[in-house]
Design a protein around this ligand. Structure first.
Ligand code: GLA
Length: 341
């Protein structure tokens, strides 16, 4: 590796999972895509060996985001990278803890910037290496027992494509880019942030409990994983055949399975899904780990506003904090913006 740059800026996106939830740590399949909301990391060499991290979005009293950064640096050092003292500045357009994988975006932005600083390759193999280091940062250093979906989506996502990931071999997941021409089909993908915050970095939380239940062979949890894995393949098939109604139906079936068999939904997620479907969406589901976070709705572009308004009205009726909506499209994975080594 060369070491030419003193300062590198890199960007890593958040992700939305189209379908295939709670399958990554169960040796299964998922179909996420990178989105336009992202975290940007600026990494500068220091003359000493200190690590200084600053974030504009720091939540007072919440120091976990620092641990993600420290974890990434530690994991890259563990695999032999000689990383000098660094000043790291973070800026994010991703809602923190909002189910769009703000933590993976943060990890991957820092890892990509450090790769740029050290002149490490950012080809497919280089990106897989970073994804694994970032996943380990999360599980080993922060204590969030997540799978590898979010980091692979942030690093290997590509414009206009979803990423089919198969974790049959958890140590060497395979990835396939799947063209997702929704806009050309007159459709929109609408993300709705329920404003209910979930916490994955909690050893006793529901996420860790679901992992244990699956490992223990809990029949209903396993049934979700089996049916969800089949739905992912059906979804890839439906996308290939441009059968958007079918894709929508699979998304909704995924939500029902996550609600009833996996039991990771909450009333706000269910309300958004039901309201979106009543307002004419082709399909809708919770996306991400659950217990809050976001939904993803597939809807004809000219119905997207009607869905949004119906969901806002349903929330207002219950006097819940207004949800936030984002139209998303499949975007590129992490990249160096400036100053590559
Ligand atoms: C979180 C985790 C992922 C995955 C999803 C559920 O986003 O970080 O690894 O397990 O939940 O599909």
């Amino acid at each position: 590796m060369t070491s030419l740059s003193a300062s590198v800026v890199a960007r890593a996106p958040g992700r939305v999972n189209l379908i295939g939830e709670h399958t990554d740590y169960n040796g299964g399949r998922c179909l996420p895509f990178a989105i336009g909301l992202a975290t940007i990391a600026t990494v500068r060499r220091r003359d000493d060996d200190r690590l200084r991290v600053h974030s504009r979005e720091a939540i007072p009293g919440d120091h976990r985001w620092r641990e993600y950064v420290v974890g990434v640096v530690a994991e890259l050092r563990r695999i032999g990278w000689e990383i000098p003292g660094l000043d790291i500045d973070l800026v994010s357009t991703l809602p923190l803890g909002g189910g769009l994988s703000s933590s993976a975006a943060l990890e991957c932005a820092v890892a990509t910037a450090i790769a740029g600083l050290l002149g490490a390759p950012l080809d497919g193999a280089g990106r897989r290496l970073l994804a694994e280091a970032c996943r380990r940062a999360e599980t080993e250093h922060v204590g969030a027992p997540t799978g590898g979906m979010d980091q692979l989506a942030a690093l290997l996502g590509s414009e206009g494509h979803a990423l089919l990931i198969d974790f049959a071999d958890p140590d060497a997941p395979t990835t396939t880019a799947v063209p997702l021409p929704v806009a050309a089909a007159g459709l929109s993908l609408l993300v709705t942030d329920t404003r209910v915050r979930h916490v994955l970095a909690d050893g006793d939380g529901g996420y860790a409990q679901r992992r244990r239940e699956c490992a223990d062979g809990h029949p209903r949890r396993r049934r979700h994983v089996t049916t969800e894995n089949a739905r992912v393949l059906d979804a890839v098939d439906a996308i290939g055949a441009r059968s958007w109604q079918r894709l929508g139906g699979l998304m909704t079936a995924s939500h029902v399975s996550l609600r009833d068999d996996y039991e990771v939904s909450v009333p706000q997620l269910d309300l958004v899904v039901d309201t979106a479907l009543t307002a004419g969406a082709l399909g809708a589901r919770m996306t991400g780990g659950g217990f809050g976070g976001c939904t993803l709705t597939l809807v004809a572009a000219d119905r997207a506003d009607a869905v949004r308004e119906a969901v806002d009205a349903a929330y207002a009726e219950r006097r819940w904090d207004s949800p936030r909506h984002h139209l998303v499209t499949p975007g590129a994975g992490a990249r160096v913006l400036r100053g590559a080594g």
